[in-house]
Design a protein. Structure first.
Length: 212
């Protein structure tokens, strides 16, 4: 368990918010309480590691709409939905939209804490992926414009002679740019370079790399 994790509880039932807060603080978590989805958007700090325990049915901005808005801004915080009644269509929508779990009130302590631990593990996974992508983008940003051109053609399967023809330069120059690009990216094979390009969305869908 990550002691510094911040659990955001968004629910319009004050007694429920307070009861969940007591339970979570006793389990060692930091807790922030919000009476509505709008209150969460206005007041929450979404930079700390944590997750959201979110009521499905609230007046104003309901749980599914808040989830949609958070997805639009790329929030990393996993969402655990809570509802006072079984709602299969809503649960399907929530899970398809990336919710970590969908629990029914009253929720057992063990079930809620287990869901939160899974959500925090998911947060760490998402954060790790985001940091890895930032690192890759930083490496690609060090390429000169010509190195980036060569890199793009290499990962799309072009041979040195094809790249030289396309850029109107010599194979020797292409080899020099290719070597410099691979060195800056910290890779030694075309497959590894192509993996970076794919993770950064630099390969067009449906486009295949030739071997070589």
């Amino acid at each position: 368990m990550q002691a510094a994790a911040l659990i955001h509880v968004v629910d319009d039932d004050m007694s429920f918010r307070l009861a969940v807060a007591r339970l979570l603080r006793a389990a060692g978590y930091e807790v922030a309480l919000y009476e509505s989805g709008h209150h969460f958007l206005q007041r929450s700090s979404r930079t700390a590691a944590g997750c959201i325990v979110l009521d499905l049915n609230m007046s104003g901005l309901d749980g599914l709409e808040l989830q949609r808005q958070l997805n639009e801004v790329g929030s990393l915080l996993p969402i655990i939905f809570l509802t006072g009644r079984g709602d299969i269509p809503a649960s399907v929508t929530a899970i398809k939209s990336g919710a970590e779990d969908f629990l029914t009130k009253p929720v057992a302590k063990e079930a809620l804490l287990a869901a939160i631990e899974r959500a925090l593990a998911r947060y760490r996974e998402r954060q790790g992926r985001r940091e890895a992508l930032h690192s890759l983008r930083a490496r690609v940003s060090t390429l000169t414009p010509r190195e980036r051109e060569v890199f793009s053609l290499v990962v799309h399967g072009k041979l040195n002679k094809q790249i030289a023809f396309a850029l109107g330069t010599s194979e020797r120059t292409v080899k020099a740019h290719r070597h410099a690009a691979m060195e800056k990216l910290g890779v030694s094979s075309v497959a590894a370079a192509a993996s970076i390009a794919e993770r950064l969305g630099m390969l067009a869908d449906g486009e295949r790399r030739d071997d070589g």
